[in-house]
Design a protein around this ligand. Structure first.
Ligand code: UDP
Length: 595
């Protein structure tokens, strides 16, 4: 890239920044004229924009603009300026497509060909001249781009971001294949980048709002660059490329449809950013998602240009694989983002026809405190990925879980599946952590605890360890979990006689849950919980994973490394992911599903 080209790019970028700065500054002038209060931010933005504009024009004289680019810049500037005014009068939105028509008419005065003068027949070498129809096609094309951008542009940062991404993509393509780009195409692309660069900080830091009309103008500019600069040589790519770069607003039409199918209601179609905002993602996250998605698609455009000579079947395969992989990865990534969830106590959710409560450990303890004071028996199920799979296959287990007073997400697999389904589960509440917390709670409430389960000696050791750490804890008793079915009534009678406030049952799933269903009423513990292998971990026989692994949802990996016999259980993880995607496609299972 020569110095002159770089200089030109810089100048056009500055000009673009100035244009959009001015577009945003118009309301401030309007308010000033009307004697209203002018926000300091507006004034600063205006000063910055005017400064940049003057600098760009001053330097521009030395480099020399060619006629078509200068004319286009001028027309775009005047037109975008007028559009910004239409932002003030919402009802004049119809002016935007009219403005595109005027832009094309002015263009026709100087240049005889419309921006979209010809189309390459897909998968063939022929190029079809469009003639007069080209003006109509160009109008539709530009209005489509403007509208898509305007819709996306209602979230702060999206329109300028898309403008930068499109501009940079065109610049990269121009650098890779100069033969695909006429000289003024380079200036257009740089102006587009600059427009975005100018608009982004103004929107984000000065105005804290987006401009729909500004976004519309950016959209038309992107459409223009795509049509005027690329179509003649690589029409197929040019048609694909901007649509792909703009994929986010297009996907937007699909995403809510899928979301609504899940609810089996067809409401008004929305855009991706509207759906995400309504689901509790912040506007910063939403614009991030849209821009990362657009960048991903822009990379595809660059990739397609580098393999432009390849067979069409290969190119098609690249597009399909890239887009499908992007959709899948994007969906998972979005679902993993933390969301602001309105908290009104524990939310009861449904996952694969199973009840699940979205709550924090503190909320779980508040519930348990109430139960300890109530005098009635309650039981808690901690559900991990294998529990979800088991519940799907085992009707009896599903019924037990669905009758529990509390079902917590115990494990990264459950949190992941819930997030993939868009359920507001942010944290895991594991059985192991519950043991420590329930013991502390029992001590505070002056109630005793009983530990049932694990190999002989383990429960004693665990009880002793935890009693050391928990002042005031009364251990009513312990019993190992290796008793025969005919010994069960005696075990139950022994526990019932001790009247523990909290009963921990570590017999493994589903035996512990069945035990609670059959005997809790007789035992009468106010809070009972199945805790799987937690007793083995508490005395330090088996170490728990380091805290960072627990926090990042990797505890399962640690446990498998330590106990390779657990390896077969891992198949529950991919299964719940498949189950989640299956449910997304099919719609949610009914509660207590009788499949
Ligand atoms: N266990 C028991 N009696 C039995 C079978 C198992 O007490 O008849 C105990 C076993 O010693 C272990 C716990 O139940 O402490 C099951 O632990 P696992 O790791 O299988 O459960 P998870 O934590 O995966 O739910």
């Amino acid at each position: 890239m020569s110095l002159e080209l770089l200089l030109r790019a810089g100048l056009w970028a500055a000009l673009g920044a100035a244009v959009y700065g001015l577009i945003l500054a118009v309301p401030a002038v309007g308010r000033m004229a009307a004697g209203g209060r002018v926000f300091r931010a507006d004034r600063r933005g205006q000063a910055l924009a005017v400064g940049l504009m003057l600098a760009a024009l001053q330097c521009g004289g030395d480099v020399g603009f060619d006629r078509p680019t200068l004319i286009l810049a001028l027309i775009l500037f005047v037109w975008a300026f007028a559009l910004r005014l239409t932002d003030l009068v919402e009802r004049l939105r119809i002016l935007r497509p009219l403005a595109v028509a005027v832009l094309l008419l002015l263009w026709a005065l100087f240049i005889t060909e419309p921006p979209l003068a010809s189309l390459k027949v897909p998968f063939a070498a022929e190029v079809a001249a469009l003639g007069l129809v080209g003006w109509v096609v160009s109008w539709v094309w530009l209005v489509l781009f403007g509208s898509l951008f305007a819709r996306a542009g209602t979230t702060v940062g999206v329109a300028p971001g898309l403008s930068i991404i499109s501009g940079v993509t065109f610049l990269i393509i121009g650098a890779l294949r100069p033969d695909l780009m006429p000289p003024h195409g380079f200036a257009f692309a740089a102006a587009l980048t600059g427009a975005g660069l100018g608009l982004a900080p103004l929107e984000r830091y000065l105005f804290h709002r987006s401009s729909t009309a500004g976004a519309y103008a950016v959209g038309v500019a992107v459409g223009w660059v795509a049509a005027a600069c690329l179509v003649k040589n690589t029409a197929l790519l040019a048609l694909l490329l901007p649509l792909l770069v703009l994929g986010m607003p297009l996907f937007a039409a699909v995403a809510p449809a899928a979301a609504q199918r899940r609810r089996r209601i067809i409401e008004r179609p929305g855009h991706l950013h509207e759906v995400l905002l309504s689901q509790g993602y912040s506007s910063r996250q939403v614009s991030g998602v849209e821009l990362v998605g657009a960048s991903y698609l822009a990379l595809l455009a660059v990739l397609l240009v580098t393999i432009v000579e390849a067979n069409w079947a290969i190119k098609l395969a690249v597009v399909v694989v890239w887009v499908l992989a992007g959709l899948l990865l994007g969906y998972v990534a979005v679902r993993l983002l933390p969301r602001a969830v309105a908290h009104h106590g524990p939310a009861e959710l449904r996952i694969f026809g199973l009840r699940l409560h979205a709550l924090t450990m503190a909320e779980a303890m508040e519930l348990a405190r109430g139960w300890l004071r109530s005098g009635e028996p309650h039981y808690i199920v901690t559900c991990d990925a294998s529990g979800l799979v088991r519940a799907r296959e085992d009707e009896e287990f599903r019924q037990i879980v669905n009758h529990a007073d509390l079902v917590t997400a115990d494990g990264a697999g459950v949190v992941l599946a819930a997030k993939l389904l868009g359920l507001p589960v942010e944290v895991r509440v594991s059985g192991c952590d519950m043991v420590e917390n329930l013991c502390r709670l029992a001590a505070e409430e002056g109630q005793s605890v009983f530990f049932l389960g694990a190999e002989p000696g383990v429960a004693e050791e665990a009880a002793a360890r935890i009693a050391e750490r928990t002042p005031g804890l009364q251990v009513a008793g312990v019993r190992d979990g290796y008793f025969k079915p005919d010994e069960e009534p005696a075990v139950v009678a022994k526990i019932a006689a001790l009247c523990p406030g909290v009963l921990f049952v570590a017999l493994g799933q589903p035996r512990q849950e069945r035990f609670l269903r059959d005997h809790l009423a007789q035992i009468g513990a106010r809070v009972a919980i199945g805790i799987g292998g937690s007793l083995d971990v508490l005395p330090g026989r088996k170490r728990r994973a380091p805290v960072w692994m627990q926090r990042t949802g990797l505890e399962w990996a640690y446990r498998v490394c330590k106990e390779p016999t657990r390896l077969p259980r891992l198949k529950a993880l991919p299964r719940v992911v498949f189950m989640a995607f299956g449910e997304l496609l099919r719609g949610p299972s009914a509660p207590d599903d009788e499949e």
